[in-house]
Write a protein that binds this ligand. Sequence first.
Ligand SMILES: [Zn+2]
Length: 113
Amino acid sequence: MTREEAATAIGWLRNGPVKVHTFLEDAFGYKVADEIMEGLKAAVTALRGPIPDPETGLVPCGNCGSAPIIEKLGAGGFWRKTKCPKGCISTDYEPADSSKITWNKAHGYKEEA
Ligand SMILES: [Zn+2]
């Protein structure tokens, strides 16, 4: 089973019939059932990996969760480095958008072809 298949299976359990919550509630009580359902949500997120910000296209810093920033250098900002604003990690200077790709790849996010 791949990570995506596992995420889909767990996601179905979480988003599927309300009976799953009812079953868990009957067995463990409402509070525990809610915690299990939240745990399933976190598991799906962990299995699927980080999601890029829709505006910047960058995933959050893997260490602190901050939104990364892009530092530009040279004429027209041709050389760019993507870095955590809290100093956790950064890419080297790279041409144009390749630092964005390097940043995302280093954080486990693969662009869809
Ligand atoms: Zn950071």
